[in-house]
Design a protein around this ligand. Sequence first.
Ligand SMILES: [Fe+2]
Length: 251
Amino acid sequence: MGADPGYEEKYGEIFDVHAHVLPGVGDGAEDMDEAERLLLSAASQGVREVIATPHYSRRRRTDRERLQELAVQLQERMSRHDPQFRVYLGQETYYHEELPERLKEGQALTMAGSRYVLMEFDTAVLYTTLSRGVRRLAEAGYVPVLAHMERYRCLRDEDRIRETAKYGCVMQMNYDSIRGHWFQPEVRWCRKQVLDGTIQLLGTDMHRRDFRPPEIMEAVRWLSKNLSRERFEDLTYLNARRMTEDEAIPL
Ligand SMILES: [Fe+2]
């Protein structure tokens, strides 16, 4: 998929904070060629920086050196196409009680070495469990980033979203969720969150070419049309940059 003429000048650089591109890790890209093709497709839609976020769960031991090595190899592949393209390493961590300890030991990884931690729960998680997880991470000195927040049924309540943000939790939504039509209730709800300012980060959550490939252009056009330039840049690039630089993301 190619971008239309003027697309990049119009929308600027995009920073994707959620991508299962490291090859052969979990349910992400199968091999380095597929990883490269996924990122080239993302690059053709304006993405210039990406945090690779393979899954981390309590059951799976993280081979940190291997992940770092894969991220370096993928960076080298992408540098051949575009010397400015950047690949960072993070993880999408499945929350469990020992997560703060695993992060301290380096068994689970933060986002690009910052204090930010991309975390996910079961989609049917109870609000009390989600809220406690967010608070435990914050108390341990990390900044929780809730992955694809639109998936949690317990957060279909604006008071709860506000309360979660009060504990310092950053909200990430998938680009895919704001694509579609206003008459789809799901799309409408997600767009409302973006317009209300409850979302700080967006990601593709790309996996494979046949499973959630990066397709952001429609969402990017909608964002650009419906948000101020400042807010658009915060969501598509600047907040991600703040995260990698370990600066505060305004909530
Ligand atoms: Fe994911």
